[in-house]
Design a protein around this ligand. Sequence first.
Ligand SMILES: C[S@@+](CC[C@H](N)C(=O)[O-])C[C@H]1O[C@@H](n2cnc3c(N)ncnc32)[C@H](O)[C@@H]1O
Length: 256
Amino acid sequence: MRFDIITLFPEMFAAFLESGVTRRAYASGQVAVHLWNPRDYAQGNYRRVDDRPFGGGPGMVMMVEPLQHCLDAIRAARAEAGEVQPAPVLLFSPIGVTLKHEVVAQWSDSQGAVLLCGRYEGIDQRFIDKHVTHQVSLGDFVLSGGELAAMVMLDAIARLQPGVLNDEGSFQQDSFNPALDGMLDCPHYTRPEVWEGQEVPGALLSGHHANIERWRRDQRLRITASHRPELIDQARAQGLLNVKDEGFLAKNAGKL
Ligand SMILES: C[S@@+](CC[C@H](N)C(=O)[O-])C[C@H]1O[C@@H](n2cnc3c(N)ncnc32)[C@H](O)[C@@H]1O
């Protein structure tokens, strides 16, 4: 899996690629990340990558030519690495589909893509019309650039790769996993057993595996019903709630 990132701020990715549990995925090339700066493909002494918008108005627009030369170089590098079909080009944009587990799962099961991080007022529309195949948004707000969105998506993709997390079962227990039931995760506790008068729930200290599992399941039901009830409806519609789950929900209806 290979991601080529077009960004005017490649330095933003340095700490991200070297930190935390996912760094192994990037370092080993399991999720290969290559950074490309359109400024390196710009003309003239000033290596200009932006210009004023036609029609006037505030801000600047990313110019099409440096982006085209940058994409040409990426295409050549990917072809040299054996790519046959041109990779999709994904633009981070408020226009795009909102990044959710399904979108992450789709890309985590792919050959990768070219990720395009916009800056300023955005990118000359002609480049988007010619090359962009997908658009992804982080949500209904405006970022200063697509870099944070790219890091968010890469991080979520990397932790879904086999062997990346220390504990293989970890991501399977995480929130939103449709292979489990798509519900939210349960609360977690560690030492000390008592902190400022607050005790760790007794079931977790019982050493009784089935009771611990039941407690965790009930907490996942409780949290999901109270914060994201539509996920309970989805799990129910898919037949992923058992009799004990329904009993817990019925008993606690109105209290969750
Ligand atoms: C300042 S924004 C441009 C905002 C644009 N003029 C608008 O109002 O939709 C610069 C870049 O940040 C990125 N960006 C901004 N908001 C985003 C979001 N919600 N999700 C993903 N990327 C975003 C895009 O790549 C965008 O081209």
